[in-house]
Write a protein that binds this ligand. Structure first.
Ligand code: UDP
Ligand code: MG
Length: 317
C-alpha cells in the first residue's frame, strides 16, 4: 500500500482562499502519484461561507473531509482537532491562505523518505510584506524564548511541517489546554530538517492576528515553556532584601553619628512607590502562571465538533 499523507488545514473565514488552496493541492497530489492523501479541513467557527465551501469540496473530492467546530476556538485548537483525526502515515499542517506553499510538499516528503529525519519544517528566511514592527518584535521574541526555555524554537519557523505518525501521537498526547504549537513541536524532540523558503503573502482574505493578539500569544508561549519570569521575580525579591538591609545599616550608622534630623520624606516616597511597583510586577508574573494553572485544572475540552463529513469523528476532546 502506498503511503497516506494527512493534510490538516485550520480555517477561519477562508471562503475566498479555500478553493484556491484546494486547486493548488490538486496539482501537488497529482505530482505525488505514489502517495494517497486525505485533506482534513477544520472550520474554526467561521462567520462567512467557509463551511459551505468545505461541504462542496468534500462532495467533489473524496479525499477531503471536514470538521466544523461549534465556535471559534483558535488556530491551536483547530490544529489539535485535526491531529486527533489523522489516519495517515504522515501528517502535514498547512494554512488555507497558501502562505504555506503546497509546492514544498514533494520535496519535504522526499527528505522524510531518506529516513534521516522524522519531520521537515518550513522556515521563512525573509519576512517581506510584513510590517517592520511586527518582524522586529517577532525576532526579539524568538531570541528571548530560546534563551529562557527548553523548547527549541527556530526564528521564522511556521507551523507548516510534514511529520511522521509517531510525532502526531506525541503531539496528541501533549494534552495541555493552552497550546503553543511551536513550543510543543520543539519540546517533543525528534529529528527535524528545517527547510528555508521565501515568505509568501496570503492569496485572499486577511490575517487574523492583531498586534495585541500576537503579543498575547508570545506571552502564552513564554509562560507555557519557561519558568524564568518566576525566577526573575524571586531574584527581585532577594535583591530588594539585600538593598533594604544595607539601607537599614546606613540609617542606623547615620543616626548614631549625626542624630536624627527630620528630612528625606521625598526619598521615602520614592522608595515606597519603587518597591510597590516591583511587588505588583512580581504579583502579575505569578498571577499569569496561576491563571494558566487554573485553565489547565479545569480540563475543559480543546474543541467541540458540531458537524463533520466523517462518522468516526471524536466530537469532543
Ligand atoms: N486560523 C484559525 N483560527 C483562528 C485564526 C486563524 O483556524 O482563530 C487559521 C487561518 O484560517 C489560517 C491560519 O490559521 O489558515 C493562519 O492564520 P493567518 O493567516 O491569519 O495567520 P498569519 O499567516 O498571518 O500568521
Ligand atoms: Mg496567513
Amino acid at each position: 500500500m502506498s503511503d497516506l499523507i494527512s493534510v490538516i488545514v485550520p480555517c477561519y473565514n477562508e471562503e475566498a482562499s479555500l478553493p484556491l488552496f484546494h486547486q493548488a493541492m490538486e496539482g501537488v497530489m497529482a505530482q505525488m502519484e505514489d502517495c494517497r492523501f486525505e485533506i482534513l479541513l477544520v472550520d474554526d467557527g467561521s462567520k462567512d461561507g467557509t463551511a459551505d465551501v468545505m461541504r462542496e469540496l468534500a462532495k467533489k473530492d473524496p479525499r477531503v473531509s471536514y470538521f466544523c467546530l461549534s465556535r471559534n476556538f483558535g488556530k491551536e485548537a483547530a490544529m489539535y482537532a485535526g491531529f486527533c483525526h489523522v489516519q495517515g502515515d504522515y501528517a502535514a499542517v498547512m494554512d488555507a491562505d497558501l502562505q504555506d506553499p503546497p509546492d514544498l510538499l514533494p520535496e519535504m516528503f522526499r527528505i522524510l523518505q531518506s529516513g534521516e529525519y522524522d519531520s521537515v519544517a518550513a522556515r521563512r528566511v525573509s519576512r517581506a510584506g510584513e510590517p517592520p514592527i511586527r518582524s522586529w518584535f517577532a525576532r526579539r521574541f524568538y531570541s528571548l524564548i530560546n534563551k529562557i526555555s527548553e523548547a527549541d524554537i527556530v526564528d521564522g519557523a511556521r507551523d507548516f511541517r510534514l511529520m511522521k505518525r509517531e510525532m502526531v501521537e506525541a503531539i496528541v498526547a501533549m494534552g495541555e489546554s493552552s497550546r503553543f504549537s511551536k513550543g510543543i513541536f520543539g519540546w517533543i524532540g525528534f529529528r527535524t530538517y528545517w527547510m528555508p523558503y521565501e515568505n509568501v503573502e496570503r492569496v485572499a482574505g486577511e490575517t487574523k492576528w492583531s498586534f495585541w493578539g500576537l503579543l498575547g500569544y508570545a506571552l502564552d508561549g513564554i509562560v507555557n515553556f519557561s519558568h524564568v519570569p518566576l525566577d526573575i521575580a524571586s531574584w527581585f525579591g532577594i535583591l530588594m532584601t539585600v538593598v533594604s538591609f544595607l539601607a537599614i545599616l546606613f540609617i542606623i550608622v547615620r543616626k548614631l553619628l549625626f542624630g536624627d534630623p527630620v528630612a528625606g520624606w521625598a526619598s521615602t516616597a520614592c522608595i515606597i512607590t519603587f518597591i510597590g511597583g516591583i511587588q505588583l510586577l512580581c504579583l502579575g508574573i505569578i498571577g499569569k502562571y496561576l491563571a494558566t494553572v487554573y485553565v489547565e485544572v479545569k480540563k475543559r475540552p480543546h474543541f467541540i465538533i458540531s458537524e463533520s463529513s466523517r462518522d468516526d469523528v471524536k466530537r469532543i476532546a
